[in-house]
Design a protein around this ligand. Sequence first.
Ligand code: SF4
Length: 832
Amino acid sequence: MSDAEAGTETTDSPANKEEAHAGLSKGSPNQTGYSSNGPATDWRTYFPYEQPRSAQVDGIENVIETASDRGYTLLEGACGTGKTLVALCGGIQLVRDPDSPYERLFCVTPVKQQLQAFEDDLRAINRALDDRENDSGNGSDNDSDIEPVSGLTLVGKADICSYTNTDRIDDRVIYGKCEDLREPVRRAARYADDGQRAVRELANDARLDSHNTNTNTTTQQPVATNDWTSPYARQFPETDQSDTSYCPFYAKYRAETFDEDDGGYTPEGMLTPDDLVAQASNAGLCPHAVMSDSLQNAEVLIGNYYHLFDPTTLAAMTGELIDDQTLVVCDEAHMLIPRVRDLLSDTLTRSTLSNAISEIENRVLEQDQPGVDRILRQTLAEEGVREDDLRSFIEFLHEAKFFLEEQAVDALDGEDSNWERTDMAELPDEIQHPLRSPTTPQPDRFSKWVADNGYTNILRDASHIGTAVTTALREASNRHSGFECAKTFSDTVGQVFGRWVECGHEQYFRSIELQQRANRDPSADLAWNKEYTAQFQMHNCLPATEIAGRLGEFGGGLLMSATLEPLDVYQRSVGLGQLEAEGRPIQELTYGLPFPNENRASFAVDLEKFTYKNRGGTDGRWRDPSQDALREHYAEVIQSVAKTTPGNVLVAMPSYAEGEWIASVLRQTGGIRKEILVDESSANEVTDELKDEFFAGGDKLLVTSLRGTLTEGVDYDGDRLAACVVCGVPITNINGPVPKAIKTAYEREFGQNNGFDYAFTVPAVRKARQALGRVIRGHDEVGVRVAADRRYASRHQWDDVREYLPQYEREDYTPVERTDLGGQLEAFWNES
Ligand code: SF4
C-alpha cells in the first residue's frame, strides 16, 4: 500500500471504479444548486477508509486546530503516515464549516506522482460519500446527502489545450500560437455590433456539421482523440473578412461566457486534466479557459509551486486565490526553498532588451497610424508617463544593452584573452560573470554604473514605465481595429529592472551570464554573439522573507514532507518566525515509519567521509594510496549489500561520474550475481526506460546519482527494491559564485556556525534520506538501508550529520564498522 492510500479501505481502489459525480456544470455553486454550504461536517465524514491511523487522527486534529487560529503546521510524516489524507480531510472539514473563513483548500506539490495522489485520494473520498448515499437509500442517514467535494487540477496550456492534445500545435509554441488564435475572436467580440453573436457564429462556422460550404469542413476529420471528439475540423478555421486563423474552442467559450456575471463553471467531483480536456473538447469549449473560469468555484485546487510563487502565473491565473479564505498545503515542502529560489530569480536577455527598445521606438514614439498615436498618447498621459520619460527610458535601455555587451566581452576575456582567434566550442557552455564579490554583499557594478551615470530615477521608474507602455499598446489594440498587439516586451524589461533596484544585495546576487548557442548564428551583429547569448541575471540566495510573506497572505496552512526534519531549522529557513511574531501559531509534528521494525535493517557505516578531497577523482592515475584505500572500502560496503540482498539494489552516489566508477569496479571484481544498470544524465524518456528495465524482473543493481531523478518521487513499492546504499553526504559543489553568495547570505542571516549547514548540509541530508526512503513503502515490505559515511554514524565531530536525522531515524540507523556490515546483513536476511 502506498503512502497515499494509507488507511483501511472500504471501497474499491481508485483505478477499479468509476469516479462518482465527476463533471462540470455552468454557473457558480450557488447558481447551480450544487453548494457546499450545508451544515458543518466532521472530518471523519470524509475519511474514505474504515479506520484512520493514529498519526492521521493526531495530524488532522492538529491541522484543524492550528489553521483555525490562522496558523501553520509543519509535518514530517514518513512513508505510510497518510499525509495526503491528513491534508484533505482536515482541509475539507474547514472548507465545509460555515463558521470557518476558509472557502477553498489549495494543495501544491512539485512532484507529478504526488499530484496524482491528491487526485486519487479526493476521488476515494467522493466514492465513499457516494457509497454511503447508496447504502442509505433515500437519505435517512445524516451523512447520506453530503455533496461530493469539488476538485480541480491546475495545469499549463500545453497539457490541456485541445490542439496540443491532438498534435495540431507543438507544446513548445503553444503560448504564442494560442494568443494568435484567440486574438481574432477577441476582436470579433470587441468590434462587432453584437459581439456575442459574432463569436457564436465563429464557433458555429467551424463545426463539421456547419452548412457553411466555404470552409469545406465536411471533408475534414474532427479534432479528436480516442477519448473525445470535438465538433470542429482539424484544419484551423479562418475569418471571412481577413482569412485569419482562429480558435473555435475559444470562440464558443467566449460566446457562452459573454455575460461576465454568469458565475463561471463549477467542477462536480474531482475533475482531472484528462476529464476536463474530454468534457470541454466534446462540448467545443477551450479546456484551458474553462479551467481558469472554474478556479473560484472549486473547493479543492491541486497545483504546483508555480501557482503560488511565479509572478507570471500569479498575474495570469492564481493571484485571486491568494487570500485569507484559502487554506494552503505545500506538499514535498523540503523542496520549497530551492524551487522558490529559482522562481524568484530574474533573467533579462539581450534580445528581450533589443525587442523592448524597438517596441518603444517604432510602435510608440514613431507611431503614425491615424488614431493609434492618439490612443497611445492619451493612455500614457493617464498613466503619468510623458514623452520625455520615454525618451530617457530608451536612452537608458540603449546604454544598459551596451553595458551588457561590454561585460560579455570581459567575461570571455576572463576565460581566454585570445577568444576571438580560438575555437569557441572549446570554451565553457555557460560562463558566469559576477557583478560583485559573492562573499561581500554590496551594490553590484551595474547598480553603481546606474548611479554614476544619473540613471537612478529612471531605474526606479522602470517598472511603471514598462507597464504603462504595455497598457497603452493593449489599449490601442482594444480600441483600434487596425492595430494588433499580442505580445509586448516593455513590461518584462521594466519589471526586471524594477526588481533590480528594489531587491537587496544581501539576499540577491547579480551577474552576467553567457550561454553557448546550440548552433552558431552567423547573422549576429557582434563577434561573441554569434556563439553566445548574454543576459542580466539576478539570483535569489535566501528566499525566507518571500516565502513567509506569501504564506502570510493565506488564512493558514500545512507544510509537509517525509523529510522535513530538523523542523526548527526548516522553520527558520522559510522565515516562519515572521508569522509567529504576528501571533500566528506554528505547530511541529513528526511521525516515523508505521511499519514493523523487524521488516527493516538500517545501518550507518563508520567509514572515513566520502568527500572529493578524501576520495580524489575517478581517474585512478591522479589518486594517492590513501584515496585508493578509501574507495576500496566503499566498494566493499556496496559489494556486501549487493551480495547479501535477495532482490533489487539501488546504489546512490554523489555524482554520475562516481556512479560510472563504482559500476566499473563492481563489474571488474565480479562476484555479484545481479545485472548492473547505470543511470546517466539523460532525457526523461531514457531514464524512464532504465527504470522500467530495473523493474522488469530478475535481480538487478541500479547505480545512480543523488543529483538525478531516480532517488526522489519514484515509487519503488512492493518487491521493486530490497536495499539502498547511499555513499557520502551529497553536499552540492560550493565553488561557483552563486553557491558562495548563497553561503554568505545564510551565514549573515543565521550566523557563521549555522549558515553553511542550513544552506547546504541539511538539504543534502534530506536528499540522502529521500533515497534511503525508497526501500520500505508498505506494511509487508522487507528491506535494508545503508548510509555509508562516518558523518551519519557519529555525533562527535564538527561536520557530523547524525544530529540532522530525526529521533526516530537515529534510533533506526545502527552505527556499524565496515568489517561487521556483511555479517549483520546476512543475519538480517536469514531471519527475514
Ligand atoms: S484557446 Fe484553448 S483550445 Fe484554443 S489554442 Fe488556446 S488553449 Fe488551445
